[in-house]
Design a protein around this ligand. Structure first.
Ligand SMILES: [Zn+2]
Length: 231
């Protein structure tokens, strides 16, 4: 092979290699309530899942789905209410499939995940969560993964954390955050909203009301997927 051809071949190889490294895809699968499964094909993250199916009349899910959870996953929780978290189910899963649990008691460890997952960062923000006047420890999260900025609001009704976020690609929020932001005249800086934590009986009206709203996607069907193409 002459030198020019060799260099051309090498350049081509490098170009291909670079484009492969950059075309990471992130898939987000809805697991019910605030439960999401995020993956780039290599790393596996579950947020607010597993929860107790049907807790507080929120969504039920098929228990066999627990068998298909990935090994060595990272389980991240906003707080410990039963519609977001099941200590019992998680214990069994961690025993069977390894993995790590993160939440209100080990936020520092959670923020170290950037050392474990490639091109990944997670920032935790304490956000208020009160039920019948009682405060619960609760965090909202900003994930920056392969350049995509994904915000997980969790169960908080407070808009102050999300109001301070910039250039979000996806903000996962319950409908009351949208309502409160509207009432308080707060604009949320995101390209898309994933509206999660609906009651089963809210699903039909959410479909009707938001199907035509371009930047709000109601999370209504367990197993539905969103694909984020990174550049
Ligand atoms: Zn809660």
């Amino acid at each position: 092979m002459n030198k020019t051809l060799f260099i051309l071949g090498l350049t081509f190889f490098l170009l291909i290699d670079k484009s492969q490294a950059q075309s990471k895809e992130i898939t987000i699968e809805f697991k019910g309530n605030c439960g999401l499964y995020l993956t780039d094909g290599e790393n596996h993250i579950y947020t607010d899942f597993p929860y107790k199916s049907g807790a507080y009349n929120y969504m039920e899910y098929d228990m066999t789905t627990l068998d298909s959870l990935k090994e060595n996953s990272h389980f991240i929780f906003t707080h410990k209410h039963a519609d977001h978290y099941s200590k019992k189910l998680l214990k069994t899963i961690l025993k069977q499939k390894n993995g790590q649990k993160y939440g209100v008691e080990n936020i520092k460890e959670l923020e170290q995940l950037s050392n474990v997952i490639d091109d990944f960062e997670i920032r935790a923000f304490k956000s208020p969560h009160k039920v019948f006047g009682i405060s619960f420890k609760h965090y909202s999260y900003l994930i920056i993964w392969h350049g995509q900025r994904i915000f997980l609001s969790g169960d908080t009704t407070d808009t102050s954390v999300i109001a301070g976020m910039e250039h979000l690609d996806w903000a996962f929020v319950p409908y009351w955050i949208l309502q409160n932001a509207k009432d308080q005249d707060i604009e949320i800086d995101t390209k898309m909203f994933g509206m999660y934590h609906l009651y089963p009986q809210q699903v039909p009206s959410a479909k009707e009301n938001y199907d035509t709203v371009k930047n709000i996607r109601p999370m209504v069907e367990i197993g539905e997927k969103i694909t984020l193409k990174t550049e």
